[in-house]
Design a protein around this ligand. Structure first.
Ligand code: PXG
Length: 288
């Protein structure tokens, strides 16, 4: 495997960064997780746009233009002979001094890794996922906007560990007010009486690229969609529930906090979202 590292393709074993990189020292940097389906980089423009917005939010000047980044992403896939896979694009603050200030960091590092992806096991797409609310709250937007896809994922990792300790694969994170924010690496949707509802970014949800795709699918299916504050009660009493994310795609949820969602199996609306999603992945993006 070859990794794109600051303009060069280097073998995996030699792809290393300095211990003085603020990405390592402080989690100071940003990233995108992108999928490659059938030689199509799904929603590449949208991912690069979000990367630019994250960069602006943390006052980081991207050292490459959008088209240079797009070319580098595609070339990394080609160099590794991939037609399907997962792409991790990272931009760190770069090498600097010990100390929080990014002033001494002269050039951000750009890293692109393209590899095979480990999905949730197939049975979860057929039988659905059981999830649980965890004690760790989603970080307050006034502390660090959850819209920024930063390299600092400890908040989500703690929630993931709590879910795993309880024997679950995924966690629901609430915000400071007790409303549902999102899951650790996925957005959440519910279906209630023919309406589709997801949580608003103001509640602490990332503006997920897959979330936007699901919003477009709701429109195509002619289903009304709202981004509203949701409580745990709303999830417990939903007809259907599903998660969206680059890694998970669209995955049905059949149990929340020990309460069966709907019939306790993936519902027809979720299935139609998944079907529409699968039809989009190898066409709505940039071909290699
Ligand atoms: N919320 C959070 C907090 C995320 O990190 C999503 C929602 C879904 O967004 P997209 O754009 O992917 O639809 C994410 C992104 C992984 C992994 O390896 C997944 C994400 C981030 C980091 C790692 O599973 N998901």
């Amino acid at each position: 495997m070859h990794v794109f590292l600051n303009g060069k393709f280097v073998p995996k074993e030699e792809a290393s960064v300095s211990v003085f990189d603020h990405g390592l020292l402080y989690g100071d940097g940003i990233f995108e997780g992108i999928r490659l389906y059938n030689s199509c980089v799904f929603k590449l423009e949208e991912h690069l746009e979000r990367l630019e917005l994250s960069a602006k939010a943390i006052l980081l000047d991207l050292p490459m233009s959008r088209s240079e980044l797009a070319d580098a992403v595609c070339e990394t896939c080609r160099q590794n002979g991939l037609t399907d896979g997962y792409i991790r694009l990272l931009v760190t603050r770069g090498v600097g001094h010990l100390g929080l200030s990014p002033k001494g960091c002269e050039t951000p590092s750009v890293i692109i890794i393209a590899d095979k992806i480990q999905l949730y096991p197939k049975e979860y797409y057929e039988d659905g996922l059981k999830i649980i609310t965890v004690p760790t709250r989603r970080i307050n937007p006034a502390a660090l906007p959850p819209m920024v896809k930063s390299l600092n994922y400890l908040n989500n990792i703690l929630a993931k560990i709590e879910a795993q300790q309880a024997g679950y694969l995924e966690a629901i994170m609430l915000n400071d007010e007790g409303y549902v924010a999102e899951c650790t690496g996925d957005n959440i949707f519910l279906v209630y009486k023919g309406r589709i509802i997801t949580t608003p970014t103001s509640a602490g949800a990332l503006r997920g690229i897959t979330r936007d795709v699901a919003i477009a699918i709701a429109d195509e299916l002619g289903l009304p969609l709202d981004a509203n504050n949701l409580t745990r009660y709303d999830l417990w009493n939903a007809d259907e529930c599903f998660l969206t994310g680059t890694a998970a795609e669209i995955i049905p949820v059949v149990e929340v906090d020990g309460r069966k969602v709907g019939e306790g199996k993936p519902g027809p609306v979720t299935r139609s979202f998944l079907e529409k999603f699968r039809a989009k992945v190898s066409v709505e993006g940039k071909m290699l």
